[in-house]
Design a protein around this ligand. Structure first.
Ligand code: UDP
Ligand code: MG
Length: 321
């Protein structure tokens, strides 16, 4: 039996982009159906992430025009990761495979063919990996590279140059639904699910219209969130650093006692000020890092819903037999 494919596409204030890219998505579904690779019931599913513009109106009219489009709308903006999870959860019991992709046309939709082929030959997860970043600005390229480097060093394993363009089988989706955390970072969580996975390479394009929602500040927040959601390495680093500083301090104490015995304790204003500054800086930084984790624990214990679906273009229905 052919797999039912759902393209899951989060959209936040994308009224400029959607009219252009929606056709590309449905064409891909139609051509894959025609090629006999996927089932007739395959769909393009948009997730409106609480947009303030006419994004939802566009999604509704698309779904009225063509049966290939469907959509859900979140009750408010919850961010890319939550929107994506909402779409994946919604699609999970309707399909056999999902491919998540951004709606701005940056990820080459033609890579879906290769992803489906990989699935048909046994892969449960297929990561879309950017083969080059030529279309990105120098700044975006270097900050993004720094992002992956930092993530790796901090113990949050992610696939290099892979964003959220990936194929997941229903088996993976089912296991993913057992990850109950509210601080979600899918790029790091999916590799934790395991199963057979592979990569498909594609050229990353320029955004077709509209502008990026990930300026440097948000990228940094994503990196901090990703690291603290996936790894406790920063806490270890604090401990390790604590040991080093404790050793140096011990030497300092010895030195000051010797100086006192030798009676050569002249006023050391500069050294005292530097030591105080150094330690207060380190302590504040360490408390900040610990605070990040406490914040995460706080949110996890509340276990608030990760998203709330307000509207659907079609009523809920179960997976077709
Ligand atoms: N997005 C979203 N919620 C947000 C921010 C972004 O659903 O709060 C969607 C956005 O519509 C797009 C995708 O996430 O489909 C990636 O965002 P963007 O293209 O702005 O990021 P970039 O590609 O520049 O990293
Ligand atoms: Mg983009």
């Amino acid at each position: 039996m052919k797999p039912v494919l759902y393209l899951v596409i989060p959209c936040y204030n994308e009224e400029k982009v959607l009219p252009i890219t929606s056709g590309m998505f449905s064409d891909k579904i139609v051509s894959l159906i025609a090629a006999g690779k996927i089932d007739q019931k395959s769909r393009v599913m948009f997730v409106n992430d609480g947009s303030g513009d006419s994004t939802w109106d566009i999604i509704e009219s698309l779904s009225a025009q063509s049966e290939y489009f469907t959509g859900i709308s979140l009750s408010r903006n919850r961010g890319h990761q939550n929107a994506l999870l909402a779409g994946l959860t919604e699609a999970a019991d309707k399909c056999d495979i999902t491919v998540s992709i951004d709606c701005d046309g940056q990820d080459d939709i033609n890579a879906v063919d290769k992803m489906v082929d990989e699935y048909l030959s046994g892969a449960e997860i297929v990561y879309g990996v950017r083969s080059s970043r030529e279309s990105d600005t120098f700044f975006k390229r270097t900050t993004a590279q720094g992002f992956y480097g930092l993530m790796g060093r901090m113990g949050a394993g992610v696939v290099y140059n892979h964003a959220d363009y990936r194929l997941l089988s229903s088996r993976v989706l089912k296991e993913l639904s057992n990850f109950k955390e509210v601080n979600i970072f899918l790029r790091g969580m999916i590799p934790l699910v395991g199963f057979k996975s592979t990569c498909v390479y594609y050229e990353r394009q320029k955004r077709i219209a509209g502008k990026s929602h990930y300026p440097f500040k948000k990228m940094l927040a994503l990196a901090v969130d990703g690291i603290t959601s996936l790894s406790t390495k920063p806490l270890r680093l604090i401990t390790a650093f604590g040991f080093v500083v404790a050793a140096v301090s011990f030497a300092g104490i010895l030195w000051s006692v010797i100086m006192r015995i030798l009676n050569s304790t002249v006023a050391g204003w500069a050294s005292i000020v530097s030591i105080i500054c150094f330690f207060s800086g380190i302590q504040l930084l360490s408390i900040g890092v610990i605070g990040e984790y406490i914040g995460k624990i706080y949110l996890e214990t509340k276990a608030r819903p990760r998203f709330i679906i307000e509207k659907r273009t079609e009523p809920e229905k179960k997976k077709p037999d």
